[in-house]
Write a protein that binds this ligand. Structure first.
Ligand code: NDP
Length: 254
């Protein structure tokens, strides 16, 4: 394809799961991809190697999100990686890294756990966006990875959906603000997808069956289902779409 040739993308949480799928797809589409990770450097290197193996360009950036100095660390790594590849600006920013403390209903969720999810799922994308806005080229893309749990009550607790709801509000509010720069901002609401995050709950056959039963298309999501939707939003085909939430759930709860 190669329609993203000449563009640079950052995918937070690109080391594993959905983020890895997005990073690989944007790499195949021709973008130089910054593959961010929190602690799993080896997985991020694997993603970058897979992109290079497919003829693309990528580098890794490590920074734990949700801790003091996270944005400084990430930005320094990003700038160094871009420089090493002869780039200075960013075109596509995908906020994918996320934390879901499952099985924590309101009766048991602690203030500390609540704060951790807020820090990783809201505060980090907010302040990373703030920092990178001057580096984001006009005509760029911001894509926020949200969740089906912002419209369907989650069996796993209330803290995580609250944070993703905030991310969706961030998306459409920012879309209006950045419209004059021709930057689009959208959120992708992901349904149950097989990754490390969901491995434990999907290992329970009853839960798996219930989850599949919720979808119109009759299966659990696969990483490329999500990555392809993100690639569409990143492409020029989606130039007139901003401030919206794309439901990528196989029709969950219809
Ligand atoms: P995984 O748990 O499989 O991967 C999480 C990724 O985020 C990893 O790359 C991890 O880095 C990174 N990450 C997590 N916490 C931090 C942190 N504190 N600092 C830096 N990096 C961090 O998640 P998924 O791929 O399943 O989820 C990706 C996104 O999709 C998330 O935003 C999630 O909320 C959302 N989502 C997922 C659904 C699903 O069914 N899987 C459903 C709905 C939404 P490292 O490898 O270094 O640990």
């Amino acid at each position: 394809m190669g329609h993203l040739r000449g563009k640079a993308a950052l995918v937070t949480g690109g080391s594993r799961g959905i983020g890895r799928g997005i990073a690989e797809r944007l790499g195949r589409d021709g973008a130089l991809v910054a593959v961010h990770y929190g602690s799993n450097e080896a997985a991020a290197e694997e993603t970058a190697a897979a992109i290079a193996g497919a003829g693309g360009r990528a580098f890794t950036v490590g920074a734990e999100l949700g801790v003091p100095g996270d944005v400084d660390t990430l930005t320094a790594g990003l700038e160094a990686g871009l420089r090493a590849h002869g780039e200075a600006a960013l075109d596509i920013l995908v906020h994918n890294a996320g934390l879901n403390l499952m099985g924590r209903p309101i009766e048991v969720l602690t203030p500390e756990e609540f704060d951790r999810m807020v820090a990783v799922n809201i505060k980090a994308p907010f302040f990373l966006t703030q920092r990178l806005l001057p580096r984001l080229r006009d005509g760029g893309r911001i894509i926020n990875i949200s969740s089906v749990s912002t419209r369907l009550a989650s069996a796993h607790g209330i803290g995580y959906p609250l944070t993703k709801g905030a991310l969706e509000v961030f998306s459409h509010t920012l879309a209006k603000h950045l419209g004059p720069r021709d930057i689009t901002v959208n959120s992708v609401a992901v349904g149950f997808t097989r990754t490390d995050m969901t491995a434990e709950v999907l290992a329970d056959p009853a839960h798996l069956e219930r989850t599949i039963g919720l979808t119109a298309l009759g299966r659990i999501g696969r990483v490329p289902d999500i990555a392809d939707a993100v690639a569409f939003l990143a492409s020029d085909d989606a130039r007139w779409i901003t401030g919206t939430r794309i439901d990528v759930t196989g029709g969950a709860g219809l």
